[in-house]
Design a binder for this molecule. Sequence first.
Ligand code: IPE
Ligand code: IPE
Ligand code: MG
Length: 238
Amino acid sequence: MLDKTKYHIPEHVAIIMDGNGRWAKKRALPRSVGHKFGAQNFRKITRYISKTGVKVLTLYAFSTENWKRPLEEVNALMGLFKQYLIDSLTDFREDDIKVVFIGDRSAFDPKLIELINESEEVAKDRKGMLLNIAMNYGSRDEILRAVKQLCNEAKNGEIDPEKITEQDISSRLYTANLPDPDLIIRTGGEFRLSNFLLYQSAYSEFYSTETLWPDFHEEDFDNAIIEFNKRNRRFGGV
Ligand code: IPE
Ligand code: IPE
Ligand code: MG
């Protein structure tokens, strides 16, 4: 466990959990097996991170573009979401983790929607880390919704277009009540956001590691925090 007196722990960490498919391929296994190990790792690492002092953890689980994958893979992922959401309901109670979801949940099957709503409901009074799961999430979709909402409010005379502020945009995003991410970690070695938190990441520190998601363990998270502590965040100042 990281020495909290030595390192500044970011308030909000977001993780792009990438590399499940490659992890499976390396072992000549179907991609769905990689997702299964990835889902197991999700539970383990979330519980660890909740003990480090991080206040908000956002995990990118399924993007608005991931529907393009073969039906078999999408179905395997949906099955795992159901399985692991049910399990995490009990698992996360012990750690006092509050669970919320961002993204368009209406596209999921009714059983999964029910589980999502239920996992938010049972955890709503918890006081520990906020776990924010991005599912059927896409930043462009999120921004588009905010724009439509603002246009409707303007049309109805509820808001003056000339007076719209950056805060008015933020407060209409899925992440309305959350601080911007301080650190975005991507596993699997790519250096891109893949439609994740585009508006919110204006001043986030980006950390990419070659480690594939199912292999991303406690010490890998610690390394990301150590690297974050070396960054000089200027926010445009000096
Ligand atoms: C991330 O792993 C999980 C999801 C996108 C759901 P990938 O499935 O993208 O794994 P790679 O990138 O193909 O290795
Ligand atoms: C980003 O990974 C989405 C998630 C991790 C959920 P992708 O594997 O979908 O991203 P690309 O296709 O490599 O950009
Ligand atoms: Mg990928």
